[in-house]
Design a protein around this ligand. Structure first.
Ligand SMILES: C[S@@+](CC[C@H](N)C(=O)[O-])C[C@H]1O[C@@H](n2cnc3c(N)ncnc32)[C@H](O)[C@@H]1O
Length: 229
């Protein structure tokens, strides 16, 4: 059973960031693939597979039962982390949602400012808003990686609360720390994708005659292009 269960590259990137032996919570679990893979591979102590809707939770329960993991993985109906208490979990995974929704889920959590929790986040869009939110609210990015999955590029990041707002350059909002190390192919693809998005932003700003915004995006593009040389 164990070897047959494979995660997509995108979800695998999140799973790889989990600390071995931790109690995880997967918010917006849908199919519960990440908790299932982690449990089958004996990477975690326990998991809460959570979703805001009953339909996905039913799917999750079916999959969890199929793999005989009901002792390790429990399902729970919860809007974000509102129905999860601080002492139930060590690491929180929020994957497959927009960066704005992920930010909102974290900001509405009553115990978000705890230094012993880690957030593993995989935004599908608005990554720059999420990185800015994390930095401004005192979360330090421990790691960020990019991966190609079915021809598309994704990033996932692990952040911990340190209590001090983090300085973040404007360009870092767009690529996080991906420019810091060797530029492997997925990181290069991600930077290229962000340059393309920024060029579209410039077009939008041009159509509204927002000159300072055009300059702002142009400066970031120039900075990102330097990483690709
Ligand atoms: C696109 S799926 C992502 C599934 C999985 N995490 C992945 O990355 O493949 C998004 C899931 O998040 C759930 N969701 C959306 N907003 C939520 C919230 N505020 N709290 C919990 N779950 C939420 C949806 O019901 C849906 O099942």
């Amino acid at each position: 059973m164990k070897n047959k269960f494979k995660l997509s590259n995108r979800l695998n990137l999140c799973a790889e960031m989990v600390t071995i032996g931790s109690r995880i919570t997967d918010i917006g679990t849908d199919h519960a693939y990440v908790p299932i893979w982690l449990a089958l591979n004996r990477k975690i102590k326990s998991a809460l597979a959570c979703d805001i809707r009953n339909g996905p939770l039913k799917n999750a329960s079916k999959n969890i039962e199929k793999y005989n993991l009901s002792d390790i993985i429990k399902t729970r109906l919860s809007d974000g982390l509102l129905n999860i208490s601080e002492n139930e979990t060590d690491e929180i995974i929020i994957a497959g949602m927009g960066g704005n929704i992920i930010s909102s889920i974290i900001s509405r959590c009553h115990w978000k400012n705890k230094k012993n929790k880690a957030f593993i986040l995989q935004p599908m869009k608005y990554e720059e808003r999420l990185r800015e939110f994390l930095a401004e609210n005192g979360y330090k990015m421990e790691i960020e990686k990019a991966v190609i999955c079915s021809g598309k590029v994704y990033t996932a990041m692990k952040a911990v609360y340190v209590g001090i707002p983090q300085k973040i350059e404007n360009y870092e909002k767009y690529i996080g720390k991906l420019g810091e190390n060797n530029l492997y192919p997925a990181a290069q693809s991600y930077i290229k994708k962000q340059i393309k998005n920024l060029k579209n932003h410039i077009k939008g700003a041009q159509s509204e005659n927002l000159c300072s915004l055009q300059d702002y995006y142009s400066e970031i593009i120039e900075k990102l292009q330097n990483f690709l040389i």
